[in-house]
Design a protein around this ligand. Structure first.
Ligand SMILES: NC(=O)c1ccc[n+]([C@@H]2O[C@H](COP(=O)([O-])OP(=O)(O)OC[C@H]3O[C@@H](n4cnc5c(N)ncnc54)[C@H](OP(=O)(O)O)[C@@H]3O)[C@@H](O)[C@H]2O)c1
Length: 249
């Protein structure tokens, strides 16, 4: 393996890694040699996902800030350090404008935005001590481009880019990079309802220059790049992994 991408000896936490994009990125980091810790809410599901990767697990709900802080402290106690955080756990929300309530707006914000900020805060404390760290937020193209009905989701993902730029400016002096991956359309549980509409899938495929939805594997390489020496001079960026749809007219 090229030394540029070698993560041997590095400890990585991926939130929301029991399936989907989180699990895909965790697999990529494990293949690059990192010690990977999978997070999700259900320990049994996590244990099953972790086995083929030889990964560790730490179950907590990312919206429970105290549980999340305790989980990160446990990881530091078990592994001695935390080099890489991928704040990926996320939820969806799509409804007509008139149907949004403060409660369902808050549910999306709590998981997609607030939890990522406090995970970064806890991880940064370890990284500052180590004088090394990589923080990666799992954002979305919808944070950069408009689409109807996903008001809260789009706002939360747009906020991640802003937090990443703020932290990149603040944490650079500690050799910590902070970036956002802006995902396009991926085949996961989260997009299952959308993918049941065959006409919509066909229309989306026609607009994607690579003419297909992404898979969890498609995001793994970008995560490894940002976490590794190869991405060491990249910070404050929002990198689109979207088959090109974000650049199409
Ligand atoms: N799929 C797409 O097209 C797409 C596009 C752009 C961006 N994204 C973003 O990519 C991220 C992953 O999405 P995905 O498509 O892989 O979704 P997914 O298949 O639904 O997976 C979501 C993961 O997050 C975990 N999770 C959810 N809420 C959690 C919480 N409160 N605490 C801890 N873990 C939690 C889930 O585990 P448990 O339920 O077991 O806890 C699961 O592992 C999300 O942030 C999403 O917004 C997805």
């Amino acid at each position: 393996m090229s030394a540029l991408f070698d993560l041997t000896g590095q400890v990585a936490l991926v939130t929301g890694a029991s399936r989907g994009l989180g699990l895909g990125m965790a697999q990529g980091l494990a293949e690059a040699g990192a010690t990977v810790i999978l997070n999700g809410r259900d320990p049994a599901t996590l244990a099953e996902a972790a086995r083929p990767l030889g990964a560790d697990i730490e179950a907590f709900d990312v919206t429970d800030t105290e549980a999340m802080r305790a989980g990160i402290a446990n990881i530091r106690a078990r592994h001695g350090r935390l080099d890489i955080l991928i704040a990926n756990a996320g939820t969806h929300g799509a409804m007509p404008l008139a149907d949004w309530t403060p409660e369902n707006w808050q549910r999306v914000m709590d998981t997609n935005l607030t939890a990522c900020f406090f995970a970064a805060q806890a991880a940064a404390a370890a990284m500052i001590e180590q004088k090394h760290g990589r923080i990666i937020f799992m954002g979305s193209l919808t944070g950069l481009r408009g689409r109807p009905t996903i008001h809260g989701y789009a706002a939360s993902k747009s906020g991640l880019g802003a937090i990443a730029r703020t932290l990149a400016n603040e944490l650079g002096e500690h050799n910590i990079t902070v970036n956002t991956i802006a995902g396009g359309y991926f085949e996961t549980e989260l997009s299952k309802a959308l993918r049941q509409n065959a006409d919509l899938v066909a229309r989306i495929n026609a607009r994607i220059p690579l003419h297909r939805w992404g898979t969890p594997r498609d995001v793994a390489g970008v995560a490894v790049f940002l976490a590794s020496a190869a991405g060491g001079y990249v910070t404050g960026q929002e990198i689109c992994v979207d088959g090109g749809i974000g650049s199409a007219l």
